[in-house]
Design a protein around this ligand. Structure first.
Ligand code: NAP
Length: 528
């Protein structure tokens, strides 16, 4: 039976999403963009662009939200994040249902997104509890600048008196919004959050819950359901843009003349052709091999492969090829695909018709240079945006397309290699800069040769070994204590990473002068 056919028919009202701007919910006035249930292609709602005065929204954030947040201490802002985490968690079941209905997420996928959101708010709340009561943070120790210790310098970090424009991709409507909000709000910057349109219903409902909580001061949070185009042209020097999405849109934003002219800070989290490398020392019975299989399978099927951190290239020693293919085929074939809200289903559809078209075209493109091990781009019968889990094998591992084309769906390509660390590094780095590489080996000298060769090209290097089995989430999970982002192709951005994540929203200023004034007031220095 086609996966979409098992769906129960429940009639629900069409929902028209609204934006929350200047303390009010506002409907757009442009042509509606319809939102679908990806499991059966039914229309579930719409978003209308327009109707929002971008300049007034920005002024409201800068003039009302910013001062209110800066009047709070870090600890008070941390309390606010804790409250937001609790409020969203109270609505978890309702939000899981929305995540399935307008996003195609299985219950597991929805929890990954939602618990990621509440967990990130809670994590930053706990970090903020330990920050000082001062309106600034000091950065490092003070330094003597003059002939004597009288002339002194302290580096201080203060919230930028502007607005943080947060632009999110469609694939993580809850976590994507929360991870940016947590850092910006704790730092003391008001936010305007824009959801990816295709799955905006979940972000909109989270926004409603957070607004209704009354936890955030007026102007600290605004939400855009429609288009944000044009708003970046109005940003000013103290504003920032944190963007997550495709490399193409990221480049457009980075190249915006207004942002360049005013040196507006921009952080780009873009796409990435992440690699998993199986070391030559692993055997089929090893825990390390088991972890490798489990993580590759999870990355290919979780959120139907729509994760920026998902494995796209699988490097396998030539003498392990048959075992790896056989084991992955078994796991992928056993993956139950269907109605995402059915408890037993492990993989849902991709998020939209556009996404389905892109994924199928991308698989066809890869097939020009790769053999098909399993799956393919052929349409599945019936309604909905379902894609077959697709495993390919490159005929020539050097061919550009497998290192450059992101197929944002349940698809990955095996690249056989000779088992040498240098060969693996050379292939992995052809990704041109990635969010994460995962490496599976218990041969420490092989790992020590590989890691320094690939680390500069990656935001994270995830090392799986016998000792780590069962101890951690896989490389596809972004945890707030470690940085997220990657160089080059991945956008060159950096988010999260504990308190490092706040720095984007804070201005570092070196105060220089009489130590009695500077050291005592702003730092730990003793007055002389
Ligand atoms: P996208 O098409 O680039 O859109 C991303 C966001 O930018 C959306 O909110 C989109 O709004 C908005 N946007 C589009 N044009 C814009 C413009 N001219 N000015 C300002 N904003 C604009 O990406 P997507 O399809 O939503 O997301 C999938 C991509 O995101 C994948 O390539 C994936 O790898 C990447 N991604 C990266 C990360 C990471 O952390 N590195 C995380 C998740 C996803 P509309 O939706 O209204 O068009």
């Amino acid at each position: 039976m086609h996966p979409g056919r098992a769906l129960a028919i429940v009639v629900r009202p069409m929902i028209s999403l609204q934006s929350y701007v200047r303390g009010q919910w506002i409907a757009g006035n442009g042509d509606p963009v319809t939102l679908h249930n990806p499991a059966n292609a039914e229309v579930v709602g719409d978003v209308r662009p327009g109707g929002v005065d971008h300049a007034a929204a920005l002024a409201h954030a800068r003039g009302v939200g910013g001062p209110a947040l800066r009047a709070m201490t870090f600890r008070q802002r941390a309390e606010m994040l804790k409250g937001l985490s609790k409020k969203l968690h109270e609505h978890r079941d309702e939000l899981i249902e929305i995540s399935g209905r307008n996003g195609g997420n299985t219950r597991g996928d929805a929890k990954f997104d939602l618990d990621g959101a509440t967990g990130t708010f809670a994590y930053y709340a706990s970090l903020g509890k330990h920050l000082p009561e001062t309106p600034w943070l000091t950065d490092g120790d003070g330094v003597q600048l003059g002939r004597t210790a009288r002339f002194w310098s302290e580096h201080v970090l203060l919230p930028r008196p502007g607005v943080a424009l947060l632009i999110n991709a469609f694939n993580f409507p809850a976590w994507g919004m929360a991870e940016k909000m947590a850092c910006a709000l704790l730092a003391g910057m008001p936010v305007i959050s824009k959801a990816g349109t295709a799955s905006a219903m979940l972000a909109w409902r989270c926004a409603q819950i957070m607004v209704d909580s009354g936890l955030m001061p007026e102007g600290a949070f605004q939400f855009l359901a429609g288009s944000v185009t044009g708003m970046v042209d109005l940003l000013q020097p103290m504003d920032v843009v944190a963007f997550t999405g495709s490399a193409r849109t990221g480049s457009r934003i980075r190249g915006n003349p207004n942002l360049i002219a005013h040196s507006v800070r921009v952080n780009i989290e873009a796409d990435s052709i992440n690699a998993a490398v199986l070391g030559p020392d692993t055997d089929v019975d090893d825990d390390t091999f088991t972890q490798f299989l489990a993580n590759v399978h999870l990355d290919m099927t979780q959120k139907a492969g729509q994760k920026c951190t998902a494995v796209r290239r699988i490097l396998v020693p030539e003498d392990r090829l048959d075992e790896v293919k056989e084991a992955l085929i078994d796991r992928l074939q056993a993956t139950r695909i269907g109605d995402p809200l059915d408890e037993n289903v492990r993989m849902g559809p991709v998020a939209s018709q556009a996404q389905l078209d892109d994924v199928r075209a991308g698989i066809k493109h890869l097939q020009d240079e790769c053999d098909t091990v399993l799956g393919g781009p052929e349409a599945m019968d019936g309604p909905g945006y379902f894609v077959r889990p697709t495993l390919l094998q490159a005929r020539d591992v050097g061919v550009a397309v497998v290192h450059e084309l992101e197929v944002f769906g349940p698809c990955a390509t095996i690249l056989p290699y000779d088992g040498r660390a240098a060969s693996a590094a050379e292939l992995v780095n052809r990704g041109g800069g990635c969010l994460v590489a995962s490496v599976y080996s218990d041969d420490k000298s092989w790992v020590h040769e590989l890691v320094p060769a690939i680390a500069p090209w990656h935001g994270r290097v995830w090392l799986g070994s016998e000792k780590t089995m069962g101890h951690a989430l896989g490389p596809g999970a972004v945890l707030p204590g470690s940085i997220h982002g990657g160089p080059g192709r991945a956008g060159g951005g950096e988010e999260l990473g504990g308190l490092r994540g706040l720095q984007f929203y804070l201005q570092r200023t070196a105060l220089q002068g009489d130590r009695a004034v500077i050291g005592r007031t702003y730092g730990n220095g003793e007055s002389s």
